[in-house]
Design a protein around this ligand. Sequence first.
Ligand code: K7E
Ligand code: CA
Length: 615
Amino acid sequence: MSRKKFNKQRRKLLKILGAASVATGAGVMMPKEVLLARAEKKPKGKLSYEVKPGELDEYYGFWSGGHSGEIRIIGVPSMREIHRIPVFNMDVGSGWGITNESKKLLRGKYAGDTHHVHGSYVNGTYDGKWLFVNDKLNNRVARIRIDYMEVDAILDIPNIQGAHGLFPQRYPRTEWLVQNAEFQIPVPNNESNAKAFNEPQKYYGMHTIIDAERMAVVCQIMLDENCDLAATDYKGKYSMCTSYNTEKGVTISEMLAADHDYLIVFNWERIRKALRAGDYKIVNGVKVIDGRKGHDKHGITLRIPVPKNPHGVNISPDGRYAVCSGKVSPTCTVVDLELVDKAYAGKIKPEECIVAQPYIGLGPLHTTFDGRGNAITSVFIDSTNVKWNIQKAIEAEKQGEEAKKKNPHIIDVLDIHYQVGHIMASMAETKEADGKWLVSLNKVSKDRFINVGPLKPENDQLVDISGEKLRLVHDGPAYIEPHDCIIVRRDIIEPKVKHRYDMFEHPLAVTENKVERKGNKVIIRMTANAPVYGLQEVKLKKGDRVTLILTNHDEIIDLSNGCAISNYNINFVVAPFQTKSVTFTADKPGVFWVYCTNFCHALHLEMRMRLIVEP
Ligand code: K7E
Ligand code: CA
């Protein structure tokens, strides 16, 4: 698409969002400074993004796969897709959703919508133990063990819909996670509460606290407002959420009615106090604390007014500031967390926690950091990444409107292609933000790749942020639909990742090949050791309920075996020392070859055995 056409579309979008007439009064015109910053684009950052054959990436990128329901591992800076972790989806290659082990975790739900992937923390940086990811579709949170890069727990969260912002505790370690509910709903949302269905005033949002170790709900804070994006501070004191529907609207115009919405902060000490005092109701088996204005007995919540319909909230790596991206407002709001302490102590008003509200561009969504005092914000409507200095924004705010108009905080504006959602710099959600790479997760690629049909890929662009200017270095196509990512230094992750399973962690690990029968229940215990299965044939009777347990005994790195049962719709792989099981009914008489699907040996094709199902 031409730039002209693109601009036309942009204007259309503006109209829909009504962004030209937002609370702060900034117009559609770009300030001169911004345009100037665009004109002189001499790259100073000079990082090499080339990863030559045989070389390894410096970072693990963990990408949420959006409505593909999965997580992807992307090498940064090469932007090569290295691996996928199936989570809330079915993955017929690995057998996720087919094996008994995965079915037990998925409990019949094979569709998902992953939004936010985050790692577990110790002292404000990643410890390489777990990843967490949410499912907006079915309101779940999954935990991934980094040593196996595999899901080990999935938690269903009651009383919420639109599970959106997710963030782990950063300090002193991840004991709690917070999970926001973007959609307000009746609580409970079932026939016992049917009279609330048609009364949106009786719909509520929730900020759910999860125990990361037990993967269980600790409690929920119920609000009138909705809870969109989430963050935790670097002191273990607060979590927070942005709320764009403080109006309790059910239509888009209702949700845009108020001039201001909120950044809502939650005080963890006071949450613990409410729990100790027993000030909660049990709803659907979990403790629900009333955090509504006027009902918040323990003063858990602090509502900081921000311009209407904000989106992301991100904490600067020094732990001092929360940056709330405006979405409908062309600004970011900078909140000083030290002032939040004072506001909770009743010494200042919530709005006095705001230390700056700099102009950024049209449609700021998410903010990331370079660890050198600068923020980089994704700007959706303008299709830019805007680099700005936090202290300069605060100084200008102090000096007043005249100083602000000059936008002294803006350092560079980079055009991206196109319509960026999330943005993330290397290690930026930790105190070790290193300001080297940034990924701009653009929703729209238009003309950037060869045409593959009406459903275009997205465009994950790699930006060198090591210099003063932002330098675009790589376009990376991505399938549906990367939402967010984190970029983690290799030395944190790589030593934790195992090459083979601990065989006896699986209680059913097979060491002896045998078939056991009890009535029509048959258990086949079998080993795989390329290029042979431990059994050559198994005789079954039509109607048998069969469980096949397979353990891979090959300890050689990379020697995974497949197991496919012809015409029985079963297919999975076992990695070195891994055990998986499947259960099925032998309902079709005949001879059925079981074969290895995962190329394992020169005699891979001969790696097969027979199931003989007698009529
Ligand atoms: Cu901005 Cu789900 Cu993180 Cu997407 S949300 S953009
Ligand atoms: Ca609103």
